[in-house]
Write a protein that binds this ligand. Sequence first.
Ligand code: SF4
Length: 506
Amino acid sequence: MIPIHSVTMAKPQKLSDQYPHQEIDLINSHEHRPDKPEEACGVFGIYAPEEDVAKMTYFGLYALQHRGQESAGIATFEDAKVHLHKDMGLVSQVFNESILARLPGNLAIGHTRYSTTGSSRKDNAQPAVVETRLGSLALAHNGNLVNTVQLRSELVRNQVSLITTTDSEMIALAIAQAINAGADWVEGASSAFHRCQGAFSLVIGTPVGVMGARDPNGIRPLVIGTLPGLPVRYVLASETCGLDIIGAEYLRDVEPGELVWITESGLASYHWSQKPARKLCIFEMIYFARPDSIMHNESLYTYRMRLGRQIAAESAVDADIVFGVPDSGIPAAIGFSQASGIPYAEGLIKNRYVGRTFIQPTQSMRESGIRMKLNPLKDVLVGKRVIIVDDSIVRGTTSRKLVKALREAGASEVHMRISSPPVTHPCFYGIDTDSQDQLIAATKSVSEIAEQLGVDTLAYLSWEGMLEATQEDTSSFCSACFTGDYPVAIPEQVKRSKLMLETVVV
Ligand code: SF4
């Protein structure tokens, strides 16, 4: 058997690196974390020998930047030769013209990452590249596996050495293992996918083509686009906004349990899972994905406006103005305004140039609240009864500061409306929602949360209202962070890492 190894030039890691939940770094410490669920990753793939594939991947990742801001990477294939560049930082910080010029090829895959498995460091940036008997394989993954402990020990038992701490590398190594045992690219990938449980939307680069695949539940999105011109060339992206930016046209979604194989011959489809289901993460629709991305034949902006109309119908309140928490609360606030007749106004202005910074604010700045990012508009707020609409509350720390700032700016009443139900359970499928004991709605009633936030009234959207507003089959979504009803069983060992409350009850 051909030995499998990663081409990443990292030293073997110490044991603690292999158990990422034990690591706490600055970005993952609660004090510095944004009070929102964090998206896992964005993936992109392109097969187009006549194009500058590295540059197109750069722009695809640029459009998917909201899905992960810690690291970015691109791998191109120039026939059998793989070129890889990845580093910590935003897409625009990791790449420049001269780096992109050093990434020639017929095809490329790219990744932008937020670390949900494995700590935030350069070795764990993707794509993960491994060697096989058929040549190099580069893999970019969005989602989280829930059976990594089992998969890791199987791989280690078979003398496969792991370089990074990510579940994504384990998928790449499982594929390589199958290929080295005699399988071709598609067979090797299919057989490895059967060993993986959890959420995975993947793009995989090889010397001959690009693969795209989704787990049997299709928890994370993945779409296919085509480039104008002949022959037809295909693009893969986490969201349609990654297609729009390079002028590709949306063709269709990669189906749950499907593998698409894009080569010089075009696109071939394989249904590798015998039991596909539809369990798209509802949080993608509520908050994570960009509002201009299309899901279920409409923009998420339209869906989010409908959420606002729904909560206006469910939890009306008399007020002078309504506005959203920029940017993600705005479509729902507009919908709320349309349904209630209460005028929409801008009560908060966002500093659009505050990205993720590694420089932490001073203590006094931190105490002064949220104004680095959002600044209340006093002229609009003074003496007004306001309704503020947000997409979700996780820990409640930012919401409390926000309410305080609105009152200081002169609002006479503050009513909060949330366009999703209370988040009571953590996510194990690639979204970082904290452990259960950090989720405010896991331990407090709505009236207790209202008191803690300092609002006059607080209402969440109902679970039924959230699902009905999709105008799709309501069983075709994962909504486990609102219900605890996980579509893929979570092993006890993994559960214990985040389900604090349930562990106590047991
Ligand atoms: S648990 Fe919540 S965040 Fe995670 S996949 Fe399901 S709906 Fe999405």
